[in-house]
Design a protein around this ligand. Sequence first.
Ligand code: 5GP
Ligand code: ZN
Length: 142
Amino acid sequence: MGTAVGAEPCIFCEIAAHRGPAHVVYEDANSIVFLDIFPFTRGHLLVVPKRHVDRLVDLDPSEYAGYFAALAQACRQVETLTKDYNVGLNQGPLAGQIVFHLHFHIIPRYDAGNPFGPMPRTRLSDADGAAIVRELGGPIPR
Ligand code: 5GP
Ligand code: ZN
């Protein structure tokens, strides 16, 4: 946990170790869920294993159940906002991965537009972040 990769500390390791700021909606011993800082939509979440691994295939099979439970928990929280959402995983730069610490995206959908079309992204404000965490019933545990 809290592993630095190369010269640069990994931003998601920093958040997992509470050394970096984030709007956390759920956390347990092995996983942490927080708001994406450049959300595609309101309530866009990232589900992150605390142990630094780049890719899903790097997880140990003993970690699958706990990580999937955190993903399902985060989906349950998103469902207080909307029943429509995408769950996604970008693996590798050609797939759009820019943070090389495993994370599933949960992207809530609020309208009938093309969910895969281009979408503007504006930086999450602290005030919005705090309000959304509250709407999601978080942070869990309090
Ligand atoms: P990727 O493209 O690697 O699947 O997604 C990385 C996501 O992490 C992006 O959606 C980006 O907005 C988000 N992100 C990058 N840096 C930070 C950060 O420091 N804090 C938070 N909360 N999200 C970040
Ligand atoms: Zn990391």
